[in-house]
Design a protein around this ligand. Structure first.
Ligand code: FMN
Length: 137
């Protein structure tokens, strides 16, 4: 993490759902073709890596703490995420992250599905994240 220099350039996209799966520790175990296209990585570069490979420096710590407490508690987290592409550009996604469970209901990993976020949601959430981030400093 941190090797990629974030550029203030948004990568806009449309189309199919972006899917990834992780193990209990957040290591990527599956990435669909759309995830590769939007993040700018090949499948081989993603599988086995921590999901924070696409973490953007503008994302507040608190946002991911909430993600983890929600999904570890067996619930679905829904919100917006600003992600960092391999080329340094960023992209906003409306995201759902949920636990995957075995027949006994034990959490065995996590799944994320995302689509392009609306402009209104990006506007609102980026202001909120900016304020959260400022409190961190
Ligand atoms: C299924 C799943 C999908 C995730 N998707 C993203 C994502 O798209 N972008 C991101 O920055 N973090 C994502 N995370 C959270 C990361 O695991 C990580 O907590 C986050 O990037 C913050 O990095 P840090 O924990 O090293 O501070 C995801 C986690 C899970 C379990």
């Amino acid at each position: 993490m941190g090797q990629i220099e974030a550029q203030d350039v948004e990568y806009l996209f449309q189309g199919r759902v972006i899917i990834s799966e992780t193990n209990l520790k957040g290591i990527i175990t599956y990435a669909n073709r759309k995830f590769c296209e939007i993040s700018g990585y090949d499948k081989e570069e993603l599988i086995g890596q921590a999901h924070n490979i696409i973490r953007h420096p503008d994302m507040p710590k608190e946002a991911f703490e909430k993600v983890w407490s929600t999904i570890q508690g067996g619930q679905i987290w829904h919100g917006l995420v600003k992600n960092l592409r391999k080329d340094g550009q960023y992209y906003w996604v409306e995201t759902e992250i949920l636990p995957s469970k075995d027949a006994e209901g034990t959490i065995i990993g996590y799944v994320a599905a995302r689509k392009a976020a609306s402009r209104k949601d990006v506007q609102e959430t980026s202001e909120m994240y900016k304020k959260m981030k400022e409190k961190e400093l």
